[in-house]
Write a protein that binds this ligand. Structure first.
Ligand SMILES: Nc1ncnc2c1ncn2[C@@H]1O[C@H](COP(=O)(O)OP(=O)(O)OP(=O)(O)O)[C@@H](O)[C@H]1O
Ligand SMILES: [Zn+2]
Length: 571
């Protein structure tokens, strides 16, 4: 397995994402991508903005901009913030790209050819005043379930019940407020997921190594109630991929677009094609990742996402791929996440509740957030961000353990020896024991990273940092120096090599700090094979510099100020 294809669920375009979105998809995907690159594997790491659908249209209308312009701008905003968090996408694409139009139309055409598309006549609400159909959020009214008056055509925000536009009582247009509505017959395309139910079920059954969160959601959708349902793949909207059968027009589908859920996952493929085009490469550039007849057989494909995206990735997208009856790559592993909550409630983009990615970067560098979020990733259950917990973690793990180690060792060496790895002395029992301990820990760390056990990997990495501190504490080179400077030199030599090892091992979690350490140690970043050997990389005489304070502690006043600043909602 030397090639790894990694995709993160694509963030929706309607606004800046919050820390929950980040830790539920993009950030752990980045951790895994970086780790695989460290291990010398060829990685293709793809993300994109998810740009179609009614929320995008409505957000654009609210911003007073044409939807295409709004999406282009918001894409840039999200891309810039992603760079700020050091998300190392090979491409951050756009689901509105021409490449995605073409691929989405291609898949729809193949599905139709193979009998997996059904045309269904439906009753839809038409607004005479607006001269258009009103899908999803374009229609509002009273919830038939709880009576809430602001319910939308797709869901009641008050009681969370999923709704159809025709369910609403006293409906009105969300665009004009008009109640001059009528129900009209219109045709839509459905993906016959039910026809692929057994195949999907058997496929999921093979995935015994997948997280239970992933398979249990898939099984629920496959078997609950009447089992897996067919799903509409078209919408009466202007903004989206026009419904076509491959390159051909689709009679009866004029003026309709594909439903956003259908084109969004296809964008993983399209974003890779976008990259090929950007680089001026031919189709073989991206097909070797996606077509098993074009070399993708030896690719391991891993997807990252929050739990609400699991049904689409375990069932709908595989149904699209399988139904095409073409040799496209199916996902090999789906890493899913529970939810991160914010200070006693939920993160919410629509309500503006929580800390958003731009805000986070405005108060602290990326590494602080990356470390906290990954070490508290909502893997086995939902987890919660609190400012107290964030402060404690940053101060203890990053400042007291890692930062302090680096600062003590480099400053001590500079003052007692020089800014170069000191010569003399030799390793004894304490060093042998440390190396044995670190060997166990490094191999465990690798195991957790391979398995995408994010929290366990963070724990282990922290343990590796702690081991260095304990070594320093027990051997006390500052005391040794007074009686046996040679021995102290050996201890510091080992400790400087440990800093180098920390730079290498920590790179997937905290890439900026890792680079600072690497630059200070003026060294390569080879992943440790034999740990004893790795700790012998920096030889006596190798010059280094004392890095600037690696991590600043968060003071109580800062924490209180942020707590207050982010307690309300953003508009
Ligand atoms: N609180 C959360 N914790 C972890 N992951 C989350 C959380 N909320 C959303 N996600 C995940 O973030 C990714 C991007 O989501 P997307 O941009 O579609 O926003 P969303 O699911 O509509 O959330 P919101 O409505 O809060 O913006 C998805 O994989 C989704 O499952
Ligand atoms: Zn309701």
């Amino acid at each position: 397995m030397n090639r790894v294809l990694i995709t993160s669920a694509i963030p929706y375009i309607n606004g800046i994402k919050h820390l929950g979105n980040l830790v539920g998809s993009q950030l752990p995907a980045d951790l895994y991508a970086r780790y695989n690159r460290c291990r010398g594997r060829e990685v293709m790491f793809i993300c994109a903005t998810d740009e179609h659908g009614t929320p995008a249209e409505l957000a654009a209308a609210k911003a007073g901009k044409p939807v295409a312009e709004f999406c282009a701008e918001m894409h840039e905003v999200q891309a810039e913030i992603a760079r700020g968090f050091r998300l190392s996408f090979d491409n951050f694409g756009r689901s509105s790209s021409p490449q995605n139009h073409k691929l989405t139309q291609h898949f729809a055409g193949k599905l139709a050819d193979n009998g997996f598309i059904e045309e269904v006549s439906e009753k839809q609400v038409y607004s005479n005043a607006d001269g258009r159909f009103l899908p999803d959020r374009y229609i509002e009214g009273e919830c038939p379930n709880c009576g809430y008056d602001g319910a939308r055509g797709d869901q009641c925000e008050n009681c969370t019940k999923q709704l159809d536009p025709t369910d609403l009582i006293n409906p009105r247009s969300a665009i004009s407020g008009s109640t001059d509505l009528e129900v009209r017959e219109t045709k839509h395309l459905y993906l016959k997921q039910s026809a692929m139910k057994d195949k999907l079920d058997a496929w999921i059954d093979q995935k015994s190594d997948w997280p239970v969160l992933t398979t249990s959601i898939a099984k629920k959708w496959l078997h609950d109630g009447d089992g897996l349902q067919d799903r509409g793949i078209t919408r009466d909207l202007d903004w989206g991929v026009p419904v076509k059968k491959g390159g051909e027009d689709w009679p009866g589908m004029e003026g309709k677009v594909f439903y956003v859920w259908f084109d969004a996952p296809i964008e993983y493929i399209a974003a890779t094609a976008e990259l090929a085009d950007e680089k001026g490469e031919g189709p073989e550039f991206w097909e070797r990742w996606w077509r098993t007849d074009k070399g993708a057989d030896d690719v391991r494909y891993v997807q990252f996402m929050g739990k609400d995206n699991v049904p689409f990735h375990t069932l709908s997208f595989p149904a699209t791929i399988m139904g095409s009856q073409e040799p496209w790559k199916l996902v090999d592993y789906i890493k899913s996440f529970n939810y991160l909550n914010y200070d006693g409630g939920q993160f919410s983009t629509s309500k503006g509740r929580g800390v958003f990615m731009d805000q986070a970067l405005s108060i602290l560098p990326a590494d602080y957030w990356r470390w906290w979020l990954l070490s508290h990733a909502p893997e086995n259950s939902d987890s919660e961000f609190t400012w107290e917990n964030f402060q404690t973690s940053v101060n203890k793990d990053l400042a007291d353990v890692l930062g302090n180690f680096v600062s003590r060792v480099t400053k001590f060496c500079r003052s007692k020896f020089s800014e170069a790895v000191p010569e003399g002395g030799s390793y004894g029992d304490a060093e042998t024991a440390l190396i044995a301990d670190l060997t166990t820990k490094v191999r465990a760390y690798e195991g957790h990273m391979e398995a995408m056990d994010v929290r366990k990997a963070a724990q282990e990495l922290r343990g590796i940092w702690v081991a260095g501190n304990e070594y320093l504490q027990s051997t006390a080179p500052w005391a040794t120096f007074k009686t046996d400077p040679d021995q102290a030199a050996a201890q510091i030599r080992l400790a400087l090599n440990l800093i180098r090892l920390y730079a290498v091992l920590s790179a997937p979690f905290i890439p900026d700090a890792s680079e600072t350490l690497r630059a200070a140690m003026d060294t390569d970043m080879d992943w440790p094979g034999d740990v004893a050997e790795a700790l012998d990389t920096l030889k006596p005489g190798h010059a280094f510099t004392v890095p600037e304070n690696l991590f600043a502690k968060i003071a109580d006043e800062q924490r209180e100020e942020w707590q207050e600043r982010f307690a309300g909602t953003r508009d």
